[in-house]
Design a protein around this ligand. Structure first.
Ligand code: HEC
Length: 312
């Protein structure tokens, strides 16, 4: 075997087989197992190292023994190694068993008596690979016949239904594993953690800065950094105007149609965090001065000091 595949084929081949087997048997979600689980990656590295080390040792031993051989033995060895893969005894044996073909020298044994104007006929046996395949199809068809036409195990329509049901289950499972948070007006609170505000800032820069300016000072849209609000201040009013848009001015559209409610919460929190930043060149105040305690706009009390939202 060793001489059939040279080491530069053997090492990658064995490594690839082990890697594919690991991928197949380890459930690592979307990512490859060796990335998801560093131990698997480490194992592969060590494994590759061992494979290469073994090759190096084998080659070294080969070289040493070669030097110890007599001239005659070296010749024999080289001859044996020059036999190609398909010429090797092992492969020849398999081919012989599968075909049972007669060599040209033996053709006289299977020659038929007939002679059609000089054309003669050989009576070769059917090759075993073909005959066995044929028997296998008969056995398969019998099992199939009994299972699906006599017992009526299941039909294609049932198979389809089963697969749809299984896929549905998978969807439910995924949903349960990562419930999509829905932030509603009465649930919304201002977030103050850095990650949420950073995400809010990112959304603001992409979607809102064109009208409200990157620093919130206002261009087409009003200044968002002062205490004066046209539509009311506080997290709930801000969430509401971003989510539903402005009734007075169509340029401020209902972002609830394009943004996730969780993202609206984040950008609203970011807007709130701009309070009192007094950016240079900000627009003049518009609307009423907002005093937090004075107006719990919605049924639930405004809770601007909470940092997180409980997921339902
Ligand atoms: C096309 C321009 C435009 C874009 C883009 C825009 N806005 Fe506005 N925004 C306005 C205008 C105009 C108003 C004033 C509405 C009114 O008079 O009721 C406004 C009002 C607001 C208000 C209420 C201000 C107040 O004083 O009541 C908030 C909060 C706000 N926008 C946040 C955002 C956020 C967050 C985004 C990005 C997701 C955004 N806006 C994108 C134009 C825009």
């Amino acid at each position: 075997m060793k001489k059939i595949f040279p080491s530069y084929v053997r090492v990658p081949l064995i490594f690839a087989i082990v890697m594919v087997a690991l991928e197949y048997f380890i459930d690592s979600g979307d990512r490859p197992a060796f990335i998801q689980y560093p131990m698997v990656g480490l194992f592969l590295v060590v494994f590759l190292f061992l494979l290469v080390a073994i090759e190096v040792v084998i080659n070294a031993v080969d070289r040493v023994t070669y030097h110890m051989l007599t001239e005659e033995q070296r010749k024999q060895l080289e001859e044996a190694q020059s036999v190609s893969f398909t010429e090797s005894k092992w492969v020849q044996g398999i081919i012989k068993n599968l075909t049972r073909s007669k060599s040209i020298e033996q053709e006289a044994d299977v020659m038929l008596e007939h002679d059609y104007d000089g054309i003669k006929e050989l009576d070769n046996v059917l090759p075993p690979w073909w005959v066995n395949l044929f028997y296998a199809t008969i056995i398969f068809s019998l099992i199939y016949l009994v299972r699906f036409h006599i017992i009526g195990d299941y039909n294609q329509a049932q198979e389809f239904d089963q697969e749809v049901a299984a896929a549905q289950l998978e969807i439910e499972k995924n949903k349960a594993a990562s419930p999509k948070e829905e932030i509603t007006l009465d649930k919304v609170v201002a977030l103050t953690d850095e990650a949420s505000l950073a995400k809010g800032k990112e959304i603001f820069t992409n979607a809102c800065a064109a009208c409200h300016k990157a620093d919130g000072g206002g261009i087409v849209g009003p200044n968002l950094t002062d205490e004066f609000w046209i539509n009311g201040g506080g997290i709930k009013n801000i969430f509401k105007i971003i989510n539903e848009g402005s009734k007075n001015n169509p340029s401020m559209v209902a972002w609830g149609k394009t943004l996730e409610s969780t993202d609206i919460q984040k950008v609203a929190s970011y807007v709130l965090s701009l309070q009192g930043t007094k950016p240079a060149g900000a627009k003049a105040a518009e609307g009423e001065k907002w005093v937090e305690e004075a107006a719990p706009a919605e049924s639930a009390p405004a809770a601007t000091d909470s940092t997180t939202v409980a997921a339902k």
